[in-house]
Design a protein around this ligand. Structure first.
Ligand code: FES
Ligand SMILES: [Fe+2]
Length: 386
């Protein structure tokens, strides 16, 4: 992160800490409870998400030719494969015969993918190679027209992005916008290594999981023993960068990074070690920079059920662990993060979901301090035309 931005963010955070304030919206905002349960709203959201890039994998997850990864993007089953020439391609993971899901495994390495229903077999570039009993039973079928449906894909900042609508190329730089693109590049994401990843299915609307990343008002109450212990509650700076958000909260040890009071014009020390820096890339991806690693979160709605979602967490680290000590350090780190979200944030999301009433006419009120949610829900309303 460049020095000017660091200085600016440090000043805003220290000013808020001193004034016990936070970034705030001009006024409160309301949300509809029903939007978290309504099937028609969920369908509008899936349609909108399908028109934009979603994170499909980390580049380091598929290092070798034949490596593949499957995922779901807004209900579309997606297969990403590493080609012999090192490039990546993405496909609808849907058989052209009668639409079975071709690849069931989450990840692996293979030169070909056989559909489990009738054995139609596709190769890495999606081409259809084998149709059992093809000559006799499918005399009119042209295999060249029946490869897996290719989806636009892009690799940038060490991440693989897919738009599950096959409609022209995917311009990731344009999607990120110049500022976010530059800031992520400055974090050096490209030089990080993929450590591990896991997908979790949760009985909660995907927006409840996103909401949890977009304010720190809850931290003191929901996370007193975890993240609340290391960060300052209710101090949050939130900036809209085009359609995305940059947010930062302060760690308690940020105090060590205060510019010298005797010399306030002196050089501001590097602020990154004192903050948790989050980019919410609208609408389904969240990058969290946490001092010694980067968490990449992908939150996708379920293909049919508004009360379920899929969350994928990936850890990117500056260096892959070589020693047992380093390995167990990362294992503990991973378990702590997964434990905290599962038992605290997602537990809250599950409880909220269980208590939602589709017929409720009472609005939910977002405080002025829940500024990130204002942006996210406005953005979503714009995307879905609701
Ligand atoms: S549905 Fe895939 S081979 Fe029949
Ligand atoms: Fe939280």
């Amino acid at each position: 992160m460049n020095r000017t931005l660091q200085r600016e963010m440090a000043k805003r955070l220290f000013d808020h800490i001193d004034a016990k304030s936070t970034d705030r919206a001009p006024a409160e905002m309301t949300l509809n409870e029903a939007d978290y349960v309504d099937a028609a709203q969920a369908a509008r959201e899936r349609d909108a998400i399908r028109l934009r890039p979603s994170l499909a994998a980390a580049s380091g997850e598929l290092p070798a030719p034949g490596d593949f990864r499957t995922t779901w993007i807004a209900g579309v089953p997606v297969l990403v494969t590493r080609q012999e020439d090192g490039s990546v391609r993405a496909f609808r993971n849907v058989c052209r015969h009668r639409c079975a899901t071709v690849v069931a495994a989450e990840a692996g390495n293979s030169k070909a993918f056989s559909c489990p229903y009738h054995g139609w077999t596709y190769v890495l570039d999606g081409a259809l190679r084998v149709v059992p009993d093809g000559e006799d039973s499918f005399p009119a079928l042209d295999p060249a027209d029946n490869g897996l449906v290719e989806l636009p894909v892009a690799q940038r900042h060490g991440l693989i992005w897919v738009r599950p609508t096959p409609d022209g190329p995917l311009d990731l730089a344009a999607y990120l916008g110049a500022e976010v693109d530059r800031e992520i590049a400055e974090l050096g994401l490209d030089d990080y290594h993929f450590l591990r990843g896991q997908t979790f299915e949760q009985p909660a609307n995907w927006k409840l999981i996103m909401d949890g990343f977009l304010e720190v008002y809850h931290v003191r109450y929901l996370h007193p023993k975890t993240v609340g212990k290391i960060t300052i509650g209710n101090v949050f700076i939130v900036d809209a960068l085009g359609e995305h958000l940059r947010m930062a909260s302060a760690r308690k040890d940020i105090e060590k990074l205060r510019p010298d009071r005797e010399n306030p014009a002196g050089e501001q020390p590097d602020i990154l070690p004192g903050i948790i820096l989050t980019y919410a890339l609208m609408p389904t991806t969240v990058l969290v920079y946490v001092r010694d690693h980067i968490e990449v979160w992908s939150i996708q709605p379920h293909e049919t059920d508004p009360t379920r979602c899929r969350i994928t967490l990936r850890f990117l680290v500056p260096e892959l662990p070589q020693t047992d000590k380093a390995k167990s350090y990362w294992e503990r780190n991973w378990d702590t993060v997964v434990g905290a979200v599962h038992d605290e944030d997602w537990e809250m999301a599950r409880r909220i979901q269980a208590g939602l009433d589709a017929a409720s006419v009472n609005p939910m009120t977002l405080g002025r301090n829940e500024l990130g949610l204002h942006h996210f829900h406005r953005h979503l309303a714009g995307m879905t035309g609701s």
